[in-house]
Ligand binder design. Structure first.
Ligand SMILES: Cc1cc2nc3c(=O)[nH]c(=O)nc-3n(C[C@H](O)[C@H](O)[C@H](O)COP(=O)(O)OP(=O)(O)OC[C@H]3O[C@@H](n4cnc5c(N)ncnc54)[C@H](O)[C@@H]3O)c2cc1C
Length: 371
């Protein structure tokens, strides 16, 4: 058994411990309250937390380094998050894991092959280790860490002893972009991601255009909400949502029914998508016009509110997302689990700004869709 310990100075340890335990329970931890201590068990590791007058004593134990670091990191980052009304505590761990480490959900991927699917879609095959956690239809997307061009060796983000990211100088810092796992085989240690090659290419599109076997990127996650059980599935997407639609269509049970509408530039961008016989597939072509017709296609669907149990999944450019979300909220039962409508990119904005705008909108209560 490995063990690591910290004594964290806090003005009010209980004000941190109580929400921390409640939060981790929501994330599948088992929390047991003893007379003086709390015991948290998560993914094979156990933390014992003892509040004192002005500090929180923590001991984390696990049979392996990965599990030890994962729980250590979860405790440290949540202590800091829940101590926001107190002075920010300094956290120093002693014992079996000192020194910086990669985040528990971070993997390094190496390109093994590059496939041109259509003129503007590249499938990149990667090899990586310990991919099991990424094999989930309930969480389809990942954050890719794309090192800046010209670095002799990529520099990966590390977590410090307090479990929080160590800042990297800007010239070494990877760009972070969200992409969807199109196919994954953890036993073989492989996965594939489909990248749209677009004009005004940022780091994601540029990486895909230039990728060669041996190139490395980082990956963290997975995140988001994906497939749900339903009597009928409706998928709406542009090219950026097409990889998720393709993966979900292929994973639906043979008797699934519904419709997928995918908008692409033209016929040359269509792909063959494996799907159950009862799932219709309609392609929309933007052609010369730049405006999306996805929202109109959705509005034209006859879809009574009291119809069968339907799950709507939609991903598109921001302006279309706004229309789709408004339509989904008025036409569907306002049940959050019944629809997921997400802004996947925003015309004229790189992802950093798009993500920041989404966070601001979510904070002000205007947007409830996950990023
Ligand atoms: C959860 C999630 C999953 C996603 N999955 C995928 C996926 O599997 N495959 C995929 O290709 N994309 C996917 N996307 C979209 C992708 O993250 C964005 O398109 C991202 O902006 C691409 O990064 P970039 O570095 O190429 O461009 P950025 O640096 O972000 O942007 C540079 C410029 O390009 C424009 N731009 C960005 N994307 C597009 C586009 N698709 N078409 C035209 N112009 C664009 C921006 O508006 C900006 O002006 C996903 C997004 C989310 C939120």
């Amino acid at each position: 058994m490995l063990a690591t310990r910290a004594r964290i100075a806090l003005a009010d340890p209980l004000a941190v411990l109580t929400p921390l335990c409640a939060h981790l329970v929501e994330h599948d931890a088992i929390v047991e309250a003893g007379p003086e201590t709390m015991r948290i068990t998560l993914e094979g590791a156990t933390a014992t937390l003892k509040p004192h007058a002005d500090e929180l004593e923590v001991m984390v134990e696990a049979p392996g380094l990965a599990a030890l670091r994962a729980l250590r990191s979860a405790i440290a980052s949540h202590v800091i998050a829940f101590a926001q009304n107190q002075a920010r505590p300094e956290i120093r761990w002693s014992g079996d894991t000192t020194g910086p480490s990669l985040a528990p959900d971070f993997r390094i991927l190496a390109v093994t092959a590059v496939e041109t699917l259509t003129p503007h879609m590249r499938r990149i095959h990667f090899a990586g280790e310990a991919l099991d956690r990424f094999d989930s239809l309930g969480a389809l997307h990942v954050r890719l860490f794309i090192p800046p061009a010209g670095l002799a060796e990529p520099v990966w983000p590390m977590l410090g002893e307090d479990g929080l990211p160590i800042a990297l100088p800007s010239e070494q810092r990877p760009a972070i972009r969200k992409y969807t796992i199109r196919a994954i085989d953890p036993a073989a240690g492989t996965l594939a991601i489909d990248f749209v090659l677009h004009d005004d290419a940022g780091p994601g599109s540029t990486f895909a255009a230039k990728a060669r076997p041996g190139d490395r990127i980082g990956m963290a996650g997975p995140g988001g909400r994906g497939l749900r059980e339903a009597q009928r599935h409706i998928f709406l997407a542009d090219e950026t949502g097409l990889p998720a639609v393709g993966r979900m269509l292929a994973a639906l049970p043979a008797d699934a029914t519904g419709l997928a509408i995918v908008e692409v530039a033209g016929a040359a961008e269509e792909q063959a998508l494996a799907r159950p016989a009862g799932m219709a597939l309609r392609w929309l072509h933007r052609g010369a016009q730049t405006d999306s017709r996805l929202a109109e296609a959705f509005e034209e669907l006859s879809w009574p509110v009291d119809g069968p149990d339907v799950y709507l999944w939609a991903a598109a450019e921001h302006a279309t997302f706004l229309r789709l979300r408004a339509g989904a909220r008025t036409r569907l039962r306002p049940d959050r689990d019944r629809h997921l409508v997400v802004s996947y990119w925003r015309a004229g904005m790189a992802e950093e700004q798009h993500a920041a705008e989404k966070r601001t909108a979510a904070d002000s209560g205007k947007v409830t869709a996950p990023s």
